[in-house]
Design a protein around this ligand. Structure first.
Ligand SMILES: CC(C)(COP(=O)(O)OP(=O)(O)OC[C@H]1O[C@@H](n2cnc3c(N)ncnc32)[C@H](O)[C@@H]1OP(=O)(O)O)[C@@H](O)C(=O)NCCC(=O)NCCS
Length: 188
């Protein structure tokens, strides 16, 4: 793979770029304290702006430590310059040229095609510029928005792993759906 790091990307309505210190307030308001956007993740525990600050500082540290190997985009809306979401990529298995992608958006901006726009751009960048062979993504079976988004962007649903998770949203046991997109032009 030809690692490039968090390169600035643009779509019609969005700028995808590295996090900056100036994003703390807007990101906290739009994303940090948005309970709906965290309905499916157990990972983040955000109460105060200090929690969001910590997340952003960790990103800044990663950019410094691994400039070409950290892929963490903040999503900025061109129309008002608010930062409204993020896309992150983990290099899961370098030897297999495989990466895992994750994303989330402020619920204020749900269902406007924004993540389709952002994710399509990042997937294109990973496949064509970084030369990733396969991108994987996972979604809980009750996260219909994420499942439909992945299908819309061209991911294939490879498998459903039964009863892998407990839904944060409902407290019920759910399946984990695993998706992938394979680079047809992969050069090896
Ligand atoms: C998943 C998520 C990123 C989708 O972002 P979005 O910008 O609202 O998605 P889009 O508007 O681009 O929609 C893409 C497709 O997903 C589907 N979709 C989106 N929201 C949906 C919903 N609430 N119900 C059913 N389908 C939905 C639709 O098929 C839609 O295409 P269409 O509008 O042409 O029918 C957003 O809901 C989110 O951030 N959720 C919380 C975080 C999260 O779950 N992250 C993923 C963890 S695996």
């Amino acid at each position: 793979m030809n690692h490039l790091g968090t390169v600035r990307l643009e779509t019609e309505r969005l700028i995808l770029r590295k996090f900056e210190e100036k994003d703390i307030e807007s990101f906290h308001e739009n994303w940090g304290i948005d309970a709906k956007t965290h309905e499916h993740d157990w990972y983040y525990k955000i109460n105060t702006i200090e929690d969001t600050k910590k997340i952003i500082y960790e990103m800044l540290e990663r950019y410094n430590m691994f400039p070409l190997h950290s892929y963490k985009w903040v999503i900025e809306l061109k129309s008002n310059h608010e930062v409204i979401g993020n896309i992150g990529v983990n290099i899961f298995a370098e030897q297999h040229q495989l990466v895992e992608i994750g994303y989330s958006l402020s619920s204020k901006y749900f269902r406007q095609g924004l993540m389709t726009e952002a994710l399509t751009k990042v997937v294109d960048f990973l496949l064509n510029d970084v030369g990733v062979r396969i991108i994987v993504a996972n979604a809980d079976s009750d996260n219909i928005a994420s499942i439909n988004l992945l299908k819309k962007v061209g991911f294939n649903m490879d498998a459903t792993l039964p009863e892998r998770k407990v839904s944060k949203k409902s407290g019920k046991v759910v399946d984990s759906c695993t998706f992938s997109i394979i680079n047809k032009n992969f050069k090896g």
